[in-house]
Design a protein around this ligand. Sequence first.
Ligand SMILES: Nc1ncnc2c1ncn2[C@@H]1O[C@H](COP(=O)(O)OP(=O)(O)OP(=O)(O)O)[C@@H](O)[C@H]1O
Ligand SMILES: [Mg+2]
Length: 251
Amino acid sequence: MNLTHYAIHVELQRASVPDFTAYPFSLAAVRNLERIELHPKVTFLVGENGSGKSTLLEAIAIRLGFNPEGGSKNFHFETRGSHSPLHQHLRIARGLRKPRDGYFLRAESFFNLATEIERLDGGPGGPPILGSYGSVSLHEQSHGEAFMALMLNRFGGQGLYLLDEPEAALSPQRQLAAMVRIHDLVELGSQFIIATHSPILMGYPNAYIYLCGPNGLERTRYEDTEHYQITRQFLNNPKRMLSVLLAPDGD
Ligand SMILES: Nc1ncnc2c1ncn2[C@@H]1O[C@H](COP(=O)(O)OP(=O)(O)OP(=O)(O)O)[C@@H](O)[C@H]1O
Ligand SMILES: [Mg+2]
């Protein structure tokens, strides 16, 4: 029995899937899915736009008891109401330890989350929760400032954190700061599952990287990801790549 994980693996109950030709089961990442072994520290989901990372992460989050729109397990708001039925067909093997903390962060619903925090604080009963977010309304901080406030003040360790493109808000400098914070939280007994396009974040060493591609999910080395290779190639010689990309038609 694994003592270090909160979530050990995610399995698709294939026999219960009604139709592999319809969304979300038709996505290659789902159609070919058997089991995702999770790293006790950090698991990255990477891959092209539309490859199914958010669909998978959302289904895992719902299965773990999070609100589909994000937040901690205490959040129950809904502004969108369209999540896929994938979670109904996932089985998640859990470790012996239970997480003390947890958060699901969707890139596109951070605004709704900030609104919900203000609403909860304005309501009767319960201590104000804004303190957990750096005591400044998330609406009065920039996207990146608000995200860092969340990571620094609200995430407390011994937690299971699911993040969808956390880099969306962050400068390269802050991505490094976020990686340091992730590492600190890992040292405090946390586990992360992160969908990302960031060649910086996915360089975190104590991690599995899964590429969502046409063959389903494949574990891959950092240096073999397109994110790493393309970014490196570009930065090594921007002029050369630009001259190819921007060559006039017919050249
Ligand atoms: N409700 C839906 N019905 C049908 N197709 C959908 C629905 N929601 C998403 N899709 C499709 O499923 C695919 C996977 O979407 P998903 O958001 O999981 O991709 P992603 O890997 O997170 O992409 P990105 O990197 O752009 O965030 C996309 O092609 C998308 O158009
Ligand atoms: Mg996505």
